[in-house]
Write a protein that binds this ligand. Structure first.
Ligand SMILES: *Cc1c(COP(=O)(O)O)cnc(C)c1O
Length: 370
C-alpha cells in the first residue's frame, strides 16, 4: 500500500450506526444515514445500512447517482434544496427530496409526471438556523399547494439546526416542529409520515428524558462517522472516534527545527522548541488533499504549516524517518475534503460483516454490491 490514503474501518461504522439506531429506536426515532461527507462511497453507505439506517440522505445528486450505479436500491432522499436545472435527474435517482421553494416542487411535479412516477416531498422548515427553510407561518399554505399537485406526494416536514449557526435546538423549537405537523394535518389530512428533527446536533435532545413529540427521524452523518457530538466535540458513549484515519508519508526529515524567517503561509506566531531531539518532517499531503487544520497531530507532533502539496510538522518521536507513515485523526471537514480529493485513495477495512454477526442477524440483511 502506498500513497496518501484514507483508511475506513467499516466495522466501526457498522457498530456506531447500530449503537445510535438502537438508542434512537427505543425513543421511536429512526435514523437516516447522511452520505454527503464521504461523497456517497457505496461501501461506507452499505455499512450504515448494515447498521440499521432506514435509508440514505445525500446533498448532491452526483453522489446519489454513484450509490445507484453501485447497485444500491435503498431509499435515497436529497437533503439539499434541488436546483431547478436538475429536477429530472433527482426524480430519476431519489425517492424524495427536501424542499423550500414551491416553484421547485412544481418543476419536480412536472418531471415526475413525465417519468410516470411519484416523487416524495419533505418541506424544510426554518426554525432558527437561518440556513434554509420555509417560515413556519407560511408552511400550512405551501403544504396545501404541494398536496394538490400531481406527481409529488407530501411525505413530511423537517428542520435543520446548528449547521450555519452552531446552536443546538431547544426543546421549545422541537415542540413547535411537532405542532406544525398537527397544523398541516388539520388542513391536508393525515399526510405527515416523517418528521425529521435534524442532524447529529439533535442527539442530546433526542436522547434526553423528555417527550420527543412527533419527531420520528434524524438525519445522521457526523455522529456515525466520528462518534462525537458536533457541538461540544465530546465522544458519544459507546461509539468509536477512529473509524476514519488519514495516512501520509514523510518525504524529508531535518534535524534543525528552527524555520527560516518569513516563509510564506506560515502563521505569524509559533512556538518552536529548541530541543535538539526534535525533528522537522515534511509529508506528502497538503491543502489540495484535505483540511489541514482539521487533522489531529499524532502524540509528540506539532503542525508547523502546510502548502498545497506539503505538510510541515515537528515531532519528538525519534523513530520517524524518511518513508515513515504518519496516521492522523480527522474532523468532519477534513474527511469531506479528503474523500473528494483525487489523489487520496480509500482503503476499506472489514468490508463485510463477520461470519458471526452475519449468522446472528440473518444473511438476507446484507446486500451485495455489484
Ligand atoms: C449535512 C446535513 C445533515 C447531516 O449532518 P451531520 O451533522 O453530519 O449529522 C443533515 N441534514 C442536512 C439538511 C444536512 O445538510
Amino acid at each position: 500500500m502506498s500513497g496518501p490514503r484514507i483508511v475506513v474501518d467499516l466495522k466501526k461504522i457498522r457498530s456506531n450506526t447500530q449503537t445510535l439506531v438502537r438508542r434512537l429506536n427505543a425513543r421511536g426515532i429512526s435514523v437516516t444515514g447522511v452520505s454527503k461527507s464521504f461523497c456517497g462511497h457505496p461501501a461506507v453507505a452499505q455499512a450504515m445500512l448494515d447498521g440499521g439506517v432506514v435509508g440514505l440522505a445525500e446533498a448532491r445528486v452526483s453522489n446519489a447517482d454513484r450509490l445507484r450505479k453501485a447497485g444500491m436500491t435503498c431509499p435515497i432522499t436529497l437533503i439539499r434544496t434541488p436546483m431547478l436545472s436538475e429536477v429530472d435527474q433527482i426524480v430519476k435517482t431519489c425517492e424524495a427530496s427536501y424542499n423550500t421553494e414551491i416553484a421547485v416542487v412544481a418543476a419536480l411535479s412536472a418531471a415526475a409526471i413525465h417519468q410516470s412516477v411519484t416523487h416524495g416531498v419533505i418541506l424544510m422548515v426554518e426554525m432558527g438556523d437561518m440556513r434554509e427553510g420555509i417560515l413556519p407561518e407560511n408552511l400550512p399554505e405551501i403544504a396545501e399547494q404541494v398536496v394538490q399537485m400531481k406527481g409529488v406526494a407530501l411525505k413530511g416536514i423537517g428542520a435543520n439546526f446548528a449547521c450555519l449557526n452552531g446552536v443546538a435546538p431547544s426543546s421549545g423549537q422541537m415542540e413547535s416542529l411537532s405542532s406544525l405537523a398537527d397544523e398541516i394535518e388539520k388542513i391536508c389530512g393525515p399526510v405527515i409520515q416523517t418528521i425529521s428533527g435534524g442532524n447529529s446536533a439533535n442527539l442530546p435532545w433526542a436522547l434526553a428524558e423528555h417527550s420527543i413529540g412527533r419527531v420520528n427521524d434524524l438525519r445522521l452523518g457526523e455522529a456515525i462517522l466520528l462518534g462525537v457530538d458536533p457541538i461540544t466535540g465530546e465522544q458519544i458513549g459507546g461509539l468509536f472516534k477512529d473509524a476514519f484515519t488519514l495516512v501520509a508519508e514523510v518525504i524529508e526529515t531535518d534535524e534543525q527545527p528552527t524555520p527560516r524567517r518569513n516563509l510564506p503561509e506560515l502563521p505569524k506566531i509559533r512556538i518552536v522548541s529548541n530541543r535538539n531531539d526534535i525533528a522537522r518532517l515534511i509529508l506528502a499531503i497538503g491543502h489540495q488533499d484535505t483540511e489541514v487544520a482539521g487533522l489531529t497531530m499524532p502524540e509528540g507532533g506539532t503542525l508547523i504549516g502546510a502548502t498545497s502539496d506539503h505538510l510541515v510538522m515537528v515531532t519528538d518521536c525519534a523513530t520517524l524517518k524518511l518513508g515513515s507513515e504518519i496516521v492522523f485523526q480527522m474532523n468532519y471537514k477534513a474527511i469531506m475534503r479528503a474523500m473528494a480529493a483525487p489523489d487520496i485513495e480509500t482503503v476499506l477495512l472489514n468490508d463485510r460483516p463477520s461470519r458471526q454477526s452475519r449468522s446472528s442477524q440473518g444473511e438476507a440483511e446484507f446486500l451485495t454490491l455489484v
